[in-house]
Write a protein that binds this ligand. Structure first.
Ligand SMILES: [Fe+2]
Length: 405
């Protein structure tokens, strides 16, 4: 009965979603595209942007490069550089206060998913100052145009530069709030591979696997897909299989870095239209409870859930395996065998990039909470190929544990 109710919700939501005014962030691509920020700000009449970033990017000199571009164009910018991984409600509120107290009129979000999500959350609170993050959490609670917003990803993974989502953690309850609204899609996405050149290998790997998870979950979705989101998901999977390990092996491989930024953007669009699924729901629960980096959690959970889905996804995984060039279309293998190749290749990639097979942080007493959060996030909204009940979530979460605690 529960499954039927979920599917009915998704059927109706799909109908409504097709009437919504979807858009993408306008991509500004290529090495050195950061130089175009002043022109984009001018177009949007922004005179005093708030640059939202983190200390790592300040230390790496990447924030400085953006500030230099603005300085050259005589654009005074205010900087908030204290975004933490899995950004908190307090951080978002501090950014919103800074925006008002400094008289800012637009956002530049520079960083991985954390900086972009924190800036999106703050921008939502700028236009809805009387609503808390808790009140903005959920679907279509903002419903108001945000200030001009330029997103500059410095990792190739989250896709936040073109998504409807901002994930904000409540540090008291450890719960991750997902604010989901079309107005959260940034106006511009600057995809400059020069900014991802110095990324550590572990971050290249984890964020790249996050992008792969977006593309795969979007492709496996039961009902929200469009022709464009399917094409974007397929493109992203193909690009990631061809380029992620190149970028991991040689951080200065600009062509691979650029391809990964394209893939991440495309996967971001695919999942913002078609939604993610149970893999993300479990990863978010892990992020909230243990601060597990989002991409790392997805990388580990992705092949486990694909295995668990079984024959429900064999045909689609077989097509992804063909698109990624892992098997040929004329291969005599069955769909199940091709799906197996796809899953085994993910395990092998994880292994080559130093991603663990599981986690030793998951405590038995936390599992009911993880099941509750993951279930609440997935059902009924996510059009997953297989609706998980509590037992199914428990089984997959148990399979992620490296040792009993
Ligand atoms: Fe993700």
């Amino acid at each position: 009965m529960f499954v039927i109710l979920c599917r009915m919700f998704q059927f109706i939501f799909n109908f409504v979603a097709r009437l919504l005014p979807w858009r993408k962030a306008i991509p500004v691509e290529g090495p050195g595209s950061t130089e175009k920020i002043p022109e984009l700000l001018g177009e949007q009449k922004v005179k005093r942007p708030l640059l939202v970033t983190d200390q790592g990017l300040v230390r790496a000199g990447i924030a400085g490069r953006v500030i230099e571009v603005l300085d050259k164009a005589a654009i005074p910018c205010v900087v908030f550089s204290d975004v933490e991984p899995n950004p908190s409600v307090n951080t978002v509120n501090a950014i919103q206060r800074m925006y008002f107290s400094e008289g800012c009129d637009g956002f530049i979000a520079l960083g991985g998913g954390s900086s972009m999500d924190a800036a999106k959350g703050a921008a939502a609170r700028v236009v809805r100052p009387r609503k808390s993050i808790n009140q903005l959490s959920g679907l279509f609670k903002v419903l108001k145009r945000l200030p001009p917003f330029i997103a500059i990803p410095t990792t190739a993974g989250t896709g936040s530069e073109t998504t409807v989502a901002a994930l904000i953690t409540d540090t008291e309850t450890h719960h991750k709030h997902a604010i989901l609204d079309l107005c959260l899609i940034p106006r511009y996405a600057i995809l400059d591979p020069e900014l991802t050149r110095g990324l550590p290998q572990s971050i290249t790997a984890a964020t790249g696997m996050d992008a792969l998870t977006h593309a795969v979950e979007a492709y496996l979705c039961w009902t929200y897909n469009t022709r464009e989101s399917i094409r974007f998901a397929l493109d992203a999977v193909t690009m990631i299989f061809s380029n992620l390990e190149k970028a991991y092996a040689d951080g200065n491989d600009i062509a691979a870095r650029q391809a990964m930024l394209f893939a991440s953007y495309r996967a971001g669009f695919a999942f913002t239209r078609s939604s993610v699924g149970n893999i993300h729901a479990i990863a978010h629960a892990m992020g909230g409870l243990y601060n597990t980096p989002h991409g790392l959690a997805n990388a580990v959970i992705l092949p486990k859930v694909l295995e668990d889905y079984g024959k429900k996804v064999h045909a689609k995984l077989a097509r992804l395996a063909e698109a990624a060039g892992l098997v040929s279309g004329t291969d005599t293998k069955t769909a199940a065998e091709k799906a197996r190749v796809f899953i085994d290749t993910i395990y092998a990639m994880n292994g080559r990039m130093g991603i663990p097979k599981g986690f030793d942080c998951i405590r038995s007493e936390d599992i009911p909470q993880m099941i509750k959060w993951a279930g609440k996030e997935s059902n009924p909204l996510y059009p997953v190929p297989l609706i998980y009940n509590k037992e199914r979530f428990r089984r997959v979460i148990e399979s992620l544990r490296l040792s009993g605690k």
